[in-house]
Design a protein around this ligand. Structure first.
Ligand SMILES: [Zn+2]
Length: 124
C-alpha cells in the first residue's frame, strides 16, 4: 500500500487510478488524459473561432446570393457562389429552357425569407 499523492488516502501500490479521489496515478495514462483534454480544448477554440470570426472561410452573404439568383440565376451563378457546384452546372446546362431562371427566382425569395442564421447554417 502507498499513500495517494493527491488525497493521501492509502491505495494499492499498483493502482493506476486512486479509488478515493479519482486522480490518475499511472504516468502514461495521466499523460494520455492530459493530451486528450488539451486536444479537446484546442478543438473547442478552433470551433469557436470558426463560428465567430470565420478565419478559414468567409461567410456567404445572403444579399449577394439573392442578387446573383435574380440577375444570373438562369445560369446558376448563385449556386456556384453558394458552393453547390453540381447544381450550378445543371442550371447552366438547362439555362436555354428558362426553367433554371424560374427556379432561381423562387430561390431568391426563399433566401430572402430564410433567417440569416439558418442561411449560414445551410450554406456557410
Ligand atoms: Zn487520491
Amino acid at each position: 500500500m502507498i499513500d495517494c499523492p493527491y488525497c493521501a488516502e492509502p491505495i494499492r501500490a499498483a493502482a493506476k487510478k486512486c479509488r478515493h479521489c479519482g486522480e490518475v496515478l499511472d504516468i502514461a495514462l495521466r499523460r494520455a488524459e492530459d493530451a486528450l483534454r488539451a486536444s479537446e480544448r484546442s478543438g473547442n477554440v478552433y470551433m469557436n473561432a470558426a463560428v465567430h470570426s470565420g478565419p478559414y472561410r468567409s461567410p456567404k452573404s445572403k444579399l449577394v446570393a439573392i442578387v446573383l439568383a435574380l440577375l444570373l440565376g438562369g445560369i446558376g451563378i448563385h449556386k456556384f457562389y453558394l458552393g453547390r457546384t453540381a447544381w450550378g452546372a445543371i442550371y447552366l446546362i438547362f439555362c436555354w429552357t428558362f426553367i433554371p431562371a424560374c427556379v432561381a427566382f423562387l430561390e431568391a425569395i426563399i433566401y430572402l425569407l430564410m433567417p440569416e442564421d439558418k442561411f449560414h447554417e445551410k450554406y456557410g
